[in-house]
Design a binder for this molecule. Structure first.
Ligand SMILES: [Zn+2]
Length: 243
């Protein structure tokens, strides 16, 4: 595993530890065992996460909210907890500033990426952040489905068959470790998209949407848990499926 991939998986592991299979975890851990730079990043990320959690406990919050967050958190995994902490957004960011837990302390942990995400989320701009990311990759500036950006976990360049592919990950609102991942393939990329079709696995299902109109030139593959994409959409009762 190369450092670049290790960094990608490290970030993924912070946001969704259970999505990494044992082979990835194994390769990642053996890279960390031999690469001082990545190992330092991993340690810094861990201590940042701990500091964030500690900060959250110390921040004055509206009565009931903290109990609610932590009661819910107790029953769930760290990744889900972090999602909720980030969703407390401005509150946490304000708390970090007040407490003087700046990002400088963690400047050796590649803070650019994470602080930008924090800022985007704190300023309620996660949808805009995704837009910027899509535009930067020369893709239509919105996804063709009305995703609920409160559920946004993560977006980045993923790797698929040796090629970089933009991936946007949403979590399930049901606290059940469910997810929806959107892979976006450009039609002028080196991928052969002919014959790409929906698929059904035991854990997840893939739906293919070939972009039309404003989305022409992009092929979207939605890989998600559950029966359809509805839980991940803004209009959860209004329905809607690709195509
Ligand atoms: Zn490395």
């Amino acid at each position: 595993m190369e450092c670049r991939d290790a960094q990608f998986y490290l970030r993924l592991r912070r946001h969704a530890a259970d999505e990494l299979g044992p082979d990835v975890t194994g390769t990642l851990d053996s890279h960390l065992a031999t690469c001082a730079a990545c190992a330092a990043d991993a340690r810094a990320a861990l201590s940042f996460d701990r500091a964030l959690t500690a900060a959250m406990r110390s921040v004055p919050v509206p009565s009931g909210l903290r109990e609610k967050l932590f009661t819910q958190a107790a029953a769930k995994q760290g990744a889900v907890l972090r999602g909720k902490l980030y969703r407390a957004g401005g509150l946490v960011a304000a708390g970090l500033l007040v407490l003087g837990i700046g990002f400088g302390v963690f400047s050796n942990s590649r803070p650019k990426v994470d602080s930008q995400v924090l800022i985007d989320i704190a300023s309620n701009q996660s949808e805009q952040a995704v837009s910027r990311f899509l535009v930067a990759n020369k893709l239509p500036d919105h996804l063709p489905m009305p995703f609920d950006y409160d559920l946004l976990m993560h977006f980045d360049m993923g790797e698929y068959q040796g090629q970089k592919v933009p991936v946007i990950v949403f979590r399930s609102p049901n606290g059940d470790n469910g997810f929806a991942k959107v892979y976006i393939f450009k039609s002028d990329s080196r991928f052969d998209l002919r014959g790409l079709q929906d698929a059904q696995g035991s854990q997840a299902r893939a739906q293919v949407l070939v972009g039309q109109g404003a989305y022409r030139g992009a092929t979207y593959v939605f890989v998600h848990t559950g029966r359809d994409l509805q839980p991940f959409l803004r209009t959860r009762n209004g329905g809607g499926n690709p195509a």
